[in-house]
Structure formats: structure tokens, C-alpha cells
Ligand binder design. Structure first.
Ligand code: SAM
Length: 248
């Protein structure tokens, strides 16, 4: 069930951590039934290509288990099991509406014995150390105020030499394209989203959160400070998205 329209949210750089968590929960509970459609539409279906690229890079070697953090409606977990027939996937999210929506897709695609979506918090993952070969998060880390805690948790639950992949929307390097993209994000996207969702403020938040996300080199330094090795950043679609790959 979707909630009623919400008022505007404060700018991302003026929210405290608790407020941000509450706003993120409010946003994803209120846009659930339009989430997949708007993802495809507003990214011109690039989101499908970005997730495909991510699952192609996954390497399974021991448990053949994949953990998808902030799974939303489960798209990355679904893509992973379709690309890697030998694995099983679990997806965690802290918005039950998103999980329920995803579980319907999984049932419709006859994947119930290979993908399990359930409630879970990225900053307190309810699994033992060294359980998964791979953990990943697509478009989730931007929404998590305590990034170090979430990334440390991802590292804890993978085996040594296990892999983490972070897919996130980023801003292109300064230049003409960056100006066009900023115009799209801040002016066009909220107007388009207004036509389709009961909560257009969610898409103003989206633009704001992308503009406030660490740069590629800042995010690499963050991964390095947590102790990941062989860190790589792959810019996608002229840098509006970046895939980070790192190992424990
Ligand atoms: C933009 S959606 C991404 C969903 C999905 N990964 C995808 O590729 O479409 C972000 C998701 O992160 C979830 N989320 C944000 N913070 C979280 C947290 N601390 N723990 C679990 N899920 C979280 C939200 O509920 C939302 O479903």
C-alpha cells in the first residue's frame, strides 16, 4: 500500500543522520509501485545495462551465495541469479513495501527457490562473518548516512578474497556534459517525475543526493580506509553512474 503525498524534504546537506534515514524510508515506501517504471524511464533504460555490467563482474568461488544489500524490488539479485546459474541470492532492504513488491516479481519469474528477499538493515547485517562470496549494493549507499558502517558490514560478511560491488549514480567530470546533466537532474527530472508519482519531492531528493555524493576519488579513498584491496572504479554512461569493485 502506498502512502499519501509527502511535503518537501530539507536539502540533503542540512539533514541530520536520523532525519535522513526517516526520509529515505518515507520516500521508498511512498514510490514503491512506480519505482521500477521510473527507474527505466528516467534513466532511459540505462539502469538495466548498469546492473547487467555489475553482475557480469561478479566472481563466485566458495559458497556460491550472493547478498544484495538495499535490494529494493530485487532487480540486482534477479539479474545475478540469471547470469550465474550456480548461485543463490538473498536481498535485504529496510522498507517492507519494496520487499513485498520484489517478492511478487520473483514468484512471477519462478525464482523463489533461488532468490530470497527479506527485511534487513545495511548498517547491521544479520549474518555471520565470512558467509558470502559476493555482496553488492546498487543505488543504495547514497541513501545511507553511515557509509563506513554499511561498507564495513559488507566486508565482514564476505569471505577473505570475497568481492564487494557498489553501483551508484555519480556526477560526470566537470565540462559541458556535466552542465547538461545538472540541468536534467535539478530541473527536468523532478518535473517529469511529478507526472507519475504521488511524491515528486522524492525526485528532488534524488537530484540533491547525487550532487552531494562523494566524488570517485573520495569514494575510492573511503573504501581504502576501510581496508579493501584491489579497488577499481568503472565509470558508466559518461560518468553518470560508477561501478566500484573491491576485495576483502
Ligand atoms: C534507490 S533504491 C535501490 C534499489 C535496488 N538496489 C535497485 O537496484 O533498484 C534504494 C533502496 O535502499 C534501501 N535502503 C536505504 N537505506 C537502507 C538501509 N540502511 N538498510 C537497508 N535498505 C536501505 C531503500 O529502502 C531502497 O529500497
Amino acid at each position: 500500500m502506498n502512502k499519501k503525498p509527502t511535503n518537501d524534504y530539507p536539502p540533503v546537506n542540512q539533514m541530520n543522520q536520523a532525519q535522513k534515514v526517516e526520509i529515505v524510508m518515507d520516500i521508498f515506501s511512498s514510490i514503491t509501485n512506480k519505482y521500477d517504471f521510473l527507474n527505466r524511464f528516467l534513466s532511459l533504460r540505462q539502469d538495466l545495462f548498469w546492473r547487467k555490467k555489475t553482475v557480469e563482474k561478479m566472481r563466485f568461488f566458495k559458497s556460491f551465495k550472493f547478498l544484495d544489500i538495499a535490494t529494493g524490488t530485487g532487480d540486482l539479485a534477479i539479474d545475478a541469479v540469471n547470469m550465474h546459474p550456480e548461485i543463490k541470492a538473498t536481498g535485504l532492504d529496510f522498507v517492507q513495501n519494496m520487499i513485498d513488491y520484489g517478492n511478487v516479481k520473483i514468484k512471477d519469474q519462478n525464482l523463489k527457490d533461488r532468490v530470497d528477499l527479506k527485511w534487513g538493515d545495511a548498517t547491521d547485517i544479520n549474518y555471520e562473518d565470512n558467509t558470502f562470496d559476493v555482496t553488492a549494493m546498487a543505488f543504495g549507499i547514497r541513501n545511507i548516512p553511515d557509509k563506513v558502517k554499511a561498507l564495513t558490514e559488507m566486508k565482514r560478511v564476505v569471505f577473505p578474497d570475497g568481492q564487494i560491488l557498489i553501483l551508484e549514480l555519480t556526477t560526470p567530470d566537470p565540462g559541458f556534459f556535466k552542465n547538461i546533466y545538472s540541468f536534467y537532474l535539478n530541473s527536468l527530472l523532478p518535473k517529469i517525475a511529478k507526472r507519475f508519482t504521488a511524491n515528486p519531492a522524492a525526485y528532488e531528493y534524488l537530484a540533491d543526493s547525487i550532487m552531494n555524493f562523494p566524488t570517485r576519488s573520495e569514494f575510492i579513498s573511503l573504501l581504502d580506509s576501510i581496508g579493501f584491496k584491489n579497488i577499481k572504479a568503472i565509470p558508466l554512461s559518461l560518468g553518470i553512474c560508477t561501478l566500484y569493485i573491491a576485495y576483502k
